[in-house]
Design a protein around this ligand. Structure first.
Ligand code: SF4
Length: 212
């Protein structure tokens, strides 16, 4: 599905502005980014599926491409797509909640997405991707933004309620909640086998329906 040229051009123009963004270096809320900004996102004026992730980690910060790490490998296996299908912007728009690697805490864990980012850019980007009809919210930050009313008291509760959320949605894009595909969630996957048995087959069929 192609968009009107003016919408496509407006998205390209906005994406160029985002890639030049220096808010977290020059007008940060609290501490500035501990490195030069490097926004990593792949918006699309044609894809029907939006991957709303969290923020780049160290490998993605270096590569400049989303999900070029073990989390990306796991996410592609959840979606049932090849790397080629994943990075095809006819198939997926990839727009995380924070576009720059936020740095790490004292224990070496990634910090949360920069809180400056979504308020500055997200609504504008979403307005220029009206063809999106499925949003995969990957982790709590994306769930708070895109499905706040259906968010449970915990990530497990939010994801476990996926079918009710799906069935209750009327107009606008469908939304499915996912945990983050990080290795840190391997224990969560073991404790919640329904995720791989019930949610993933449904997810894969919805993906195939939209990319083939
Ligand atoms: S995280 Fe977002 S708001 Fe902050 S510098 Fe990067 S693009 Fe700009």
């Amino acid at each position: 599905m192609d968009r009107l040229p003016d919408t496509r051009e407006a998205l390209e123009t906005l994406t160029t502005r985002v890639r030049a963004c220096r808010i977290c270096a020059e007008q940060p809320i609290g501490s500035p980014l501990p490195h030069e900004p490097r926004p990593v996102l792949l918006p699309s004026s044609t894809a029907r599926i939006l991957l709303a992730g969290q923020a780049p980690g160290t490998k993605v910060h270096l590569s400049g491409m989303p999900f070029t790490d073990a989390s990306g490998d796991r996410l592609r296996s959840w979606l049932g797509v090849s790397a080629q299908e994943f990075y095809d912007t006819e198939n997926f728009a990839i727009v995380p909640m924070g576009f720059c690697f936020p740095g790490q805490d004292a224990k070496g864990g990634d910090l949360p997405p920069r809180r400056e980012c979504a308020p500055a850019w997200r609504a504008q980007l979403m307005a220029l991707m009206p063809q999106i009809d499925l949003i995969l919210t990957i982790g709590g930050y994306a769930q708070s933004w895109h499905m706040a009313a259906a968010r449970g008291a915990s990530l497990t509760e939010t994801v476990r309620n996926w079918r009710n959320v799906w069935d209750a949605q009327g107009g606008g894009p469908k939304v499915l909640p996912l945990p983050h595909p990080s290795w840190r969630n391997t224990g969560w996957l073991k404790k919640n086998p329904w995720f791989e048995m019930d949610l993933l087959p449904f997810l894969r069929s919805e993906i195939r329906y939209r990319i083939e």
